[in-house]
Design a protein around this ligand. Structure first.
Ligand SMILES: [Zn+2]
Length: 412
């Protein structure tokens, strides 16, 4: 019987010794019987995402875990677009954008249009499909005041400046080329024209008329940032001919998955926080193993607690992650497949740092056919003594793929 793999990722899991936890890391301090069991039944190691001492973002971290090289990173814009369910083509330029409010002089009154939450789909629909020269505009709403803008056409460039001034009470910034190429000049011309066209259409839009009548700020302008051009990128799951799925709440993670040819699975009950429905997430992941060889199960709260410098909160998050894995193991005991369970993280988010750091993260590969290395707990210190030694995310991914017999033999 062929193996299948479930990879559980605790976002930002790695940490440093914390005084109020008696000099232990949150992972060392937490009660986590299932995670420890998994470590005892397999091989542990410590993982740098790609380079020792180099922090990575959640987007790149997941791309590395899905088998990409760091040079293939297409920028935040394209990954966000994939996260919103759009499929980019090579040469598309994607932007992260806000609905904003400007006055008649185009001075930004509110960068988030009064934190608009409702009807942005209707506003987006009025902009989507606009044609400027030989370039097509694709526009889709995202959460709250955010949206995604894509310019699709020949000869475009990502080398253009942000139009979001990042502060209020100043005029929006016209886009400018950051390299003197015809492609950048063309993209600037199209984008600046789009912003004015969009402003005109949004001013007239019934949704904004209603907002103004209700005393709310109209969403009458689009501010752009983070231009990224979509490279001709392989889909790692298709390359390896594996069927893969990713269960997550966070659009960045779902975007990196879709990019890689990994089917994104989400649900409104997955919140991306500690109150996420862990029983449903575990069940969804176990069910996905019927149709897939490789299933990723993502958990976000560990990272949030690191950013908040909340060590006890991170302990609670680890214990919640452990409970989720408990549900997973229960689910797996009821199915016939031989499922290897792997544990990993996309980067460390130490509480003391309140940001991502380059500290390596602990990993485990566990199952009845995995070598047992004598490590019996899952934490940063124990993992560093494990049989996988010190590896990077690509090595980790390759090793997992070899258990799926997806990697080619080298030599004869
Ligand atoms: Zn992350």
């Amino acid at each position: 019987m062929k193996n299948k793999i479930l990879l559980a990722i605790a976002d930002g899991l790695g940490d440093r010794p914390v005084e109020c936890l008696g000099g232990k890391t949150p992972l060392e301090y937490a009660k986590k019987p299932t995670l420890d069991d998994l470590a005892a039944n397999g091989s542990s190691g410590i993982m740098d995402l790609y380079k020792l001492g180099t922090p990575v973002g959640t987007d790149l971290g997941h791309m590395l875990l899905f088998g990409y090289d760091y040079t293939e990173y297409p920028g935040r814009g394209p990954i966000e677009a994939f996260g919103e369910g759009l499929e980019l083509e090579a040469g598309d330029v994607a932007f992260r954008v806000n609905f904003a409010t400007v006055d008649s002089e185009l001075v930004v009154v509110d960068r988030r249009a009064g934190r608009i939450r409702k009807d942005t789909d209707k506003l987006a629909l009025s902009l989507n499909g606009m044609q400027i020269e030989d370039v097509k505009v694709i526009f889709k709403e995202a959460t709250e005041h955010r949206a995604v803008l894509i310019l699709r056409g020949p000869g475009l460039s990502q080398d253009i400046s942000d139009t979001d001034p990042k502060v209020e009470a100043v005029k929006y910034k016209e886009a400018k080329a950051t390299t003197p190429t015809p492609e950048a000049e063309k993209t600037v011309r199209i984008l600046n024209q789009f912003l004015l066209n969009a402003h005109k259409m949004l001013l007239q839009h019934p949704v904004n008329k209603e907002r103004e009548a209700a005393g709310e700020k109209p969403a009458n302008f689009i501010l752009t940032r983070g231009a990224g051009i979509m490279p001709n990128l392989r889909k790692t799951a298709d390359d390896l001919k594996i069927r893969a799925a990713c269960v997550a709440a966070e659009s960045t993670v779902l975007g990196a998955a879709r990019l890689a040819g990994i089917t994104p699975i989400t649900d409104p009950r997955f919140t991306g926080n500690i109150d996420t429905d862990i029983a449903l997430k575990a069940k969804t992941a176990v069910d996905a193993l019927k149709e897939n060889d490789f299933v990723v199960l993502h958990f976000k709260a560990t990272d949030l607690m690191g950013h908040d410098n909340d060590p006890q909160g991170k302990v609670n998050a680890v214990e919640t992650f452990d409970k989720m894995l408990g549900f997973v193991m229960e689910g797996l005991s009821a199915i016939e497949e031989n499922v290897i369970v792997a544990l990993g993280a996309d980067h460390s988010t130490p509480c003391e740092r309140r940001e991502h750091s380059g500290d390596p993260v602990p990993v485990v590969i566990s199952g009845k056919n995995i070598r047992k290395d004598g490590i019996t707990t899952y934490d940063e210190m124990a993992a560093a003594r494990g049989g996988l030694n010190r590896i990077n995310a690509n090595m980790f991914f390759n090793y997992l793929m070899d258990y799926l017999e997806a990697t080619k033999k080298v030599g004869n």
